[in-house]
Design a protein around this ligand. Structure first.
Ligand SMILES: [Fe+2]
Length: 363
């Protein structure tokens, strides 16, 4: 009989950069000529947003400290639990899956892989090719690691194949892969989770099974799963992501399978919550903090019906596409009857998305 530890973190890319650059997604929107001036005028922003914007570098340092505290907490839970492997639910943002194929759910049944996080970052969003040379072919980062830096990411193919097999036998038609398709390393939802859970560079030796979810759905290919100009809105949409209900039910199936397995498995939802750059009702200037607060409250109360019944249209309107990873976690924790041991909602208006970290009691 296995045991399952439920966890959640953010993989927010700017955490790997400098505090002075942390608000750059917002700065990009402010520089978008097609976004109305009134929406860009800080005088019209919520007071909490104005307060952060008054001193964005200090706000960034505070945001980083809060995120690091949560990451430390999650890492400690991993250390205490001693998992056989870590199953990560994350979004593939037009990284490994592109025009050739976009599976709704897939399992990356990789063996151990040596990856070069910063050289391979060009296959993910937020890569500044202009600075590549001075960083030895890599992306600038807060650790000062250059392009030739390597990391061993251990795989657990046996666990990945077992999970895939059991999901298919339970009528969940997931895809699987033994080798990467378009991204030579790991898509950033997975890579950043590993890098951030090893923020102090003590090592991350737990084997990992990545399970990409097509969270971006209608915007995955049409918008390349990332920031786009306001003038580009209304591009013909792609087919949708899987629904919150399906994600929730998939999480429940994963939990049942892992519980019945011989392994101790940590399951990790990797994503921030409402993303400003996806929220058209705020002209992509601010995230939907109220919608996030409502979902978070339901999570803390254990109101799983609210999670399972949450409509996809609501997710899309609130820019919560990436929260679909957390719908999988919620379904898993509900199926196990796991107790939420600790969680925190780190609110921000100017750093693209609020961040939630969570630790459930092993079940
Ligand atoms: Fe993401």
């Amino acid at each position: 009989m296995g045991q399952v530890l439920g966890l959640g973190v953010s993989h927010y890319p700017p955490l790997s950069g400098r505090d002075a650059d942390m608000a750059n997604i917002l700065r990009g929107r402010l520089a978008d000529p097609d976004i109305p001036a009134a929406a860009k005028d800080p005088a019209n922003w919520p007071p909490a947003m104005q307060a952060e914007w008054a001193d964005p570098v200090t706000a960034a340092a505070r945001h980083r400290a809060a995120m690091r505290a949560g990451l430390q907490r999650v890492r400690q839970a991993l250390t205490d639990f001693r998992p056989d492997f870590v199953l990560i639910w994350g979004d593939d943002q037009y990284e490994n899956f592109k025009e050739s194929v976009v599976p709704a759910f897939s399992v990356l049944a990789y063996e151990d892989r040596e990856i070069r996080p910063w050289a391979q970052a060009s296959a993910s969003a937020m890569f500044d090719a202009n600075t590549q040379d001075e960083w030895g072919g890599g992306r600038p980062n807060v650790w000062g690691e250059r392009g030739d830096t390597t990391r061993l990411v251990r795989g657990h193919r046996e666990g990945a194949k077992h999970l895939t097999t059991a999901l298919l036998e339970a009528d969940f038609d997931v895809a699987y892969a033994y080798e990467p398709l378009h991204h030579p390393g790991l898509p950033h939802a997975f890579l950043n989770a590993l890098l951030y859970l090893d923020y102090d560079r003590e090592g991350f030796d737990w084997p990992v099974v990545c399970m990409p979810i097509n969270c971006y759905g209608r915007a995955v290919i049409s918008y390349k799963g990332f920031v786009s100009r306001w003038a580009d809105r209304g591009r013909p949409a792609d087919p949708p992501s899987p629904s919150p209900r399906r994600c929730f039910d998939l999480g429940a199936a994963c939990a049942r399978i892992l519980k019945a397995s011989p392994w101790r498995v940590a399951v990790l939802a990797s994503s921030s919550w409402s993303h400003a750059f996806l929220v058209d009702k705020t002209f992509r200037i601010a995230p939907d903090v109220a919608a996030d607060r409502a979902l978070y409250e339901a999570l803390v109360k254990g109101d799983y019906a609210a999670w399972r019944n949450h409509p996809l249209a609501q997710v899309e309107e609130s820019g919560q596409q990436e929260v679909l990873n957390w719908f999988v976690l919620a379904g898993a924790m509900n199926a196990l009857g796991a107790r939420l041991e600790w969680s925190e909602f780190v609110e921000t208006w100017i750093f693209n998305s609020s961040k939630v970290a969570a630790v459930y009691a092993p079940a």
